[in-house]
Ligand binder design. Structure first.
Ligand code: GLY
Ligand code: MN
Ligand code: MN
Length: 427
């Protein structure tokens, strides 16, 4: 994309944000943030700019500020400058805008100071979040490129993953392909979970012990759940595939995989302007619930099983979330809507009416999670609805999730990750 297009996109975003803010005389500072120290060391964690700054400034430079003077209707960017000593150790800072050391003088020269009693930051943040909801062409281009990097990684898995490999080997392989295809980093810690590990929704390498992390060898006929994606130009891709490795799927693996697949297909088709995301989510729970009844794991009427929280025992998370500069993007809940406490919806990251231009993940799943299923109070509470004799042999089964990234349009939903195959079996 030409530089002039990029500049035009940034100006348009700022204009949209100004309309959302509707300010008269305030000065707003949007900061990129600074690199965080690693405890007990003189090193720093990898820097990630605040996404609001990245969105409005188009840069990922630490210690930078984008200022807006409402009275003068003027934006001004401030960035760091390197000293000679800095440049002995690091390449010089990208010289953006005015030197950040000039910020105080610039503020002093404004007719109004930024300090306002009773100032409500949420209005400013929500103004940016509302604008970030609908992706512009520059963003869509980055999101599509991010999905291409993910496709390269999953293709490597389909061709190379075998029984006897470790989760770590798969992680290294898939991430190497993301990077080779242009990803700057992974969009989030890759989840490569074999067998029973697939029942931890966010199973990640090293979380057990960062000094001596465990990895597991994939066994014949086990499920392998991979939730991973590349990041491109600051934009995330978030993809999950689950497959049986090295053997024909069992009837139960195949049946539950098809249930999740069907729930996903129906939900993707609902990614259209005007749909209430909460309703799409609850309908996906009904599809999963019907499958669990058919399999003999739940008994009763599906609406009642969703309402009681019985389906949530096996599908505890939300159907999906907004995606953009962060994998769980801003604006999931508009001002005035709060996450509820119902078990089927308490982890729902988005509660909005869908609009053209939004990007959402669609990621239904079914899991056999010991922390839930072994709890005596849960077993007692759901005695009538759950066939525990059918459930217990499946503890250790792991989980099945299928996830794609959808662009809501005024036409058919665009599946950004749609080129990534969904094999039920590999290896
Ligand atoms: N990869 C995290 C998620 O799917 O939300
Ligand atoms: Mn994911
Ligand atoms: Mn996701």
């Amino acid at each position: 994309m030409a530089n002039s297009d990029r500049q035009a996109a940034l100006e348009r975003r700022r204009q949209l944000v100004v309309e959302q803010w509707n300010l008269e005389q305030e000065v707003v500072l949007v900061r990129s943030g600074q690199a965080l120290s690693i405890a007990g060391s003189d090193l720093h964690h990898e820097f990630r700019p605040h996404p609001d700054f990245a969105y409005l400034a188009g840069y990922g430079v630490p210690e930078s500020v984008l200022a807006y003077d409402a009275k003068a209707r003027q934006w001004q960017l401030f960035g760091p400058r390197s000293t000679a000593d800095d440049m002995v150790w690091h390449q010089p800072a990208n010289e953006i805008g005015l030197p950040v050391d000039d910020l105080d003088d610039w503020l002093g020269s404004r007719e109004r100071q930024p300090l306002i009693e009773g100032w409500d930051d949420r209005k400013i943040q929500s103004g940016i979040a509302e604008t970030r909801l609908q992706k512009d062409e520059l963003e869509l281009s980055a999101l599509r490129s991010a999905a291409v990097t993910s496709e390269a990684g999953f293709s490597w898995v389909y061709e190379n993953a075998r029984v006897g490999m470790t989760e770590r080997e798969i992680q290294i392989g898939i991430e190497a392909e993301f990077f080779r295809a242009g990803a700057v980093r992974t969009a989030y810690p890759s989840i490569v979970a074999s067998g029973p590990n697939g029942a931890y929704l966010h199973y990640v390498y090293g979380q057990d012990d960062s000094l001596n992390p465990a990895t597991r060898t994939i066994q014949k006929g086990e499920l392998l759940l991979i939730d991973a994606g590349g990041e491109f130009g600051g934009y995330a891709s978030d993809v999950t595939r689950t497959m049986v490795v090295g053997d024909e799927p069992t009837d139960v693996q195949s049946f539950l995989w098809q249930v999740v697949f069907r729930a996903q297909e129906l939900a993707i088709d609902r990614c259209r302007p005007g749909e209430e995301w909460r309703e799409v989510h609850l309908d996906s729970a009904r599809v999963i619930g019907s499958g669990l009844v058919e399999l003999g794991i739940l008994r009763g009427e599906v609406d009642a099983l969703v309402a009681s929280g019985a389906v949530a025992l096996f599908y505890p998370h939300g159907l999906g979330h907004l995606i953009g500069l962060t994998v769980h993007d801003a604006g999931g809940y508009p001002l005035g809507r709060e996450p509820g406490s119902h078990p089927q919806s308490r982890y729902l990251r988005t509660d909005r009416t869908l609009e053209a231009g939004m990007i959402t993940s669609v990621e239904p799943g079914v899991y056999f999670i010991d922390a839930i299923l072994a709890d005596p109070s849960v077993r007692q509470q759901f005695e009538a609805e759950v066939v525990w004799d059918a459930v217990d042999p499946l503890r250790g089964f792991g989980g099945i999730r299928i996830e794609d990234d959808i662009h809501v349009t005024n036409d058919e939903p665009e599946v950004l990750s749609g080129a990534i195959a969904k094999p039920l079996r590999i290896g």
